[in-house]
Write a protein that binds this ligand. Structure first.
Ligand code: 6PG
Length: 270
């Protein structure tokens, strides 16, 4: 945990989703007013999807120019394109189908029926990231040729759900994905949370984000939240390893915060 970590405890799941939606709208608006476009990395999971639904239901969503928002995913389930298990499908139903997005800015992980195996789907997503990074770099004033070009685009806000085992995206405790340092994206073939096959950003890619917002609700997340905030090893407690460059926000409900020492909450709730 770094000095830029903050925690906000909310009275309920609904308030958490509504507040996170309001934060997201405001953050995208602020970034757009500085740079014209903004980039968000979405998560699956209950709070992540409820947040998107709350964005769609908020009158304030109209303040954002959604056609200039770049969408990426922290992970997706490697199942058929139209499966309700797809994080992309859930995000589309909750938000993307209700706003004016630019399809070219919606960067979906390949599904299982796209003719690639799961490892190829991970490699293809790394290529999408690298292509976007290069385009961004070329468009900026400081571009100095391909040498040293970044492999990752700028992520303004990256959302992460947390599992009861403290997994984030599809990086599970003790498994290969959380240990992977030499790739931007990994494939997972034995996820303990179904479905077994997934594609996930690696921790290094996640931590390239300017702001990371970890969202969690429910008493089954309390142990994971407390261990992560206590600074457990990321290999055992993946959520512990998430650190945004400028800010790491823990946005939780009272049940998920129940095992975090009050003194720590008081210190981080600034
Ligand atoms: C997924 C997720 C995963 C999720 C957590 C929390 O694809 O399953 O991206 O990392 O965010 O498991 O999910 P819940 O909030 O539903 O428990």
């Amino acid at each position: 945990m770094r000095g830029n970590t903050r925690i906000t405890v909310h009275p309920s799941f609904e308030v958490l989703a509504a507040t996170t939606a309001a934060r997201l709208i405001t953050r995208l608006l602020d970034v757009q007013s500085e740079r014209g476009e903004a980039t968000v990395v979405l998560t699956g999971g209950s709070v992540g999807i409820a947040t998107l639904k709350a964005v769609a239901e908020s009158p304030a969503r109209l303040a954002v120019n959604w056609s200039k928002v770049n969408f990426w995913w922290g992970d997706d389930r490697f199942v058929s394109a139209d499966s309700p298990d797809r994080n992309h499908v859930q995000a589309a139903e909750a938000l993307l189908d209700h706003i004016e997005v630019d399809p070219a800015r919606v960067h979906v992980m390949k599904p299982a029926d796209a003719g690639l195996d799961v490892a190829q789907a991970a490699a293809e997503y790394a290529e999408q990231l690298a292509a976007a990074a290069l385009a961004e770099h070329r468009a900026s004033d400081d571009y100095d040729g391909d040498a040293g070009a970044p492999l990752l685009p700028r992520f303004d806000v990256l959302l992460l759900g947390i599992g009861p085992d403290a997994h984030i995206a599809s990086l599970f405790p003790e498994m290969a994905g959380i240990r992977t340092k030499d790739a931007a994206v990994v494939s997972v073939t034995n996820s303990p949370k179904p479905p077994p096959e997934r594609v996930s950003l690696t921790l290094g890619t996640i931590n390239s984000a300017d702001e990371i917002w970890l969202v969690a609700a429910g008493s089954d997340k309390a142990g994971a939240v407390a261990l992560a905030l206590a600074g457990a090893s990321p290999v055992q407690v993946p959520a512990s390893g998430a650190n945004g460059r400028s800010r790491t926000r823990w946005l939780v409900d009272e049940d998920a915060a129940a095992k975090v020492p009050g003194a720590l909450i008081a210190r981080l709730d600034a």
